[in-house]
Design a protein around this ligand. Sequence first.
Ligand SMILES: *Cc1c(COP(=O)(O)O)cnc(C)c1O
Length: 358
Amino acid sequence: MSKKVHVFNAGPCLLPQVAIDNAIEALKDFSGTGVSLLSISHRTKEWDAVMDECRALWRELLHIPETHEVIFLGGGASLQFLYVAMNYLEKKAAYLDTGVWAHKALVEAQGIGEAYAIACSKDKNYSYIPKGFDIPANLDYLHITTNNTIYGTEIHEDMDCPCPLIADMSSDIMSRPVDVSKYDLIYGGAQKNVGPAGVIFAIIRKESLGRVTRHLPTMLNYQTHIDKLSMFNTPPVFNIFVMNETLKWIKSMGGVEAIQKINQQKADLLYGEIDRNPLFVGTAAKEDRSLMNVCFVMAPGYETLQDEFFAFAKAHGMIGIKGHRSVGGFRASLYNACTVEDVQALVDCMQEFEKLKK
Ligand SMILES: *Cc1c(COP(=O)(O)O)cnc(C)c1O
């Protein structure tokens, strides 16, 4: 008997149970072949079927237009920071510096060419999204991080941008509908919302490639992977399989539009409690609050209760609510597979703790 727990880990994330169950089955017998998913050849029609279905689900769930292609690669989102600069940076690029990940992407680009922070919210520990900055039209691209996993801030709308727009959507992909046509590139690690760690997705406007003059190593050239349908070399089969199962689950829930409504409900529930409960206070600017990562601390006067609340929450089955060390306090990640019931359990826990202390 496993214990009833509520998982709020920031990544790797909670995945839908059906995806895990189907993965267990495939580990034993992949698609009726009698061979484990871990031992199949990726040059078979059974595997092609998984790749085709996965690509088709990405297209369907995010309404990806014909102008764009979706690919899957290893290496993590952090390696994509380099891919972005290698494939797109010719003269000059701007980065919106909204957190540690955004900053790391910028630093990686600066090793390749001229890249600068167009605006930065570090002055207030990245607790808000800078607004009202001018974007020069002659940039190679503007890079944004739509959801700042560590600080709990999010860019909620697809912005209009006079230059090509590139987005790291590692931690809010598939949490809301996206107007893909506004972006030349959307990328991210799967492990925050769409699968296990070890695979990335990249949605690329096909005609945006080929603009740089530098030599691109074969593996670092997006075109290689578009041309070979993500099978230039051995793909991470297990990770793609589980991602595909996760997308099937999203579809069964009514798609991204339906998931967004549930995500809004979960976020409203938890932020509502943070704003009501005198023991707690949110750390992100209200208008920029992330629907995915909810960050909060003990309210002034109650700081000394932090460790006690951790222990109390842990005893009630709450897993993974410790805030990132650079923010402190608490962070509850409400990715797609987290349910309203999970969030309600955390809210109940906060209310019980309040009663104990007042
Ligand atoms: C986690 C995260 C990354 C880094 O992902 P890796 O796959 O571990 O390299 C990059 N960007 C954002 C927004 C993240 O949340």
